[in-house]
Design a protein around this ligand. Structure first.
Ligand code: ADP
Ligand code: MG
Length: 138
């Protein structure tokens, strides 16, 4: 079983879409094995997105990710990383395929509702960044 980190971003929390995102996860056969709601500090968000440091959108992304609470989850399943990215859709909601979360609930390329790890290495880093081993229940 593979694990991946999922985040319901501040736009999606504020728009009242937490339940819809969780339904999509469960309908698609992924299992939620850890979950918590937190408000990220600037330091939390900068460290989480360190790979994007120096990019033109970095400061705006950090500001967005800290403006309201987020829901952090660890998802588990066969090919959980690619499966969750498929359910999310492309980074830009305008390019995301019909039925994907970003297409139906994302606002724009920054405010795109959800996050998912993009490789086993990033999943490992991202899960450990937010969860300790006692918080991962299966
Ligand atoms: P993904 O979340 O699909 O893996 P990236 O890792 O490339 O996408 O980017 C991380 C996050 O940064 C995106 O989900 C989005 O919120 C934001 N982002 C990416 N590209 C842009 C951009 N060109 N303009 C504004 N925000 C962006
Ligand atoms: Mg990414």
């Amino acid at each position: 079983m593979e694990k991946t980190l999922a985040i319901i971003k501040p736009d999606c929390v504020r728009n009242g879409n937490i339940g819809k995102v969780i339904s999509k996860i469960e309908e698609n056969g992924l299992k939620i094995v850890a979950m918590k709601m937190v408000k990220l500090s600037q330091k939390d968000a900068e460290g989480f997105y360190y790979v994007h440091r120096g990019k033109p959108f970095f400061n705006s992304l950090v500001s967005f990710m800290t403006e309201d609470p987020v829901v952090l989850m660890v998802l588990s399943g066969d090919n959980a990383i690619s499966k969750w990215r498929e359910i999310m859709g492309s980074t830009n909601p305008e390019e995301a395929k019909d039925g994907s979360i970003r297409k139906s609930m994302g606002t724009n390329i920054e405010r795109n509702c959800v996050h998912g790890s993009d490789s086993p290495e990033s999943a490992d880093f991202e899960i450990k960044y937010f969860f300790n081993s006692f918080e991962i229940l299966f």
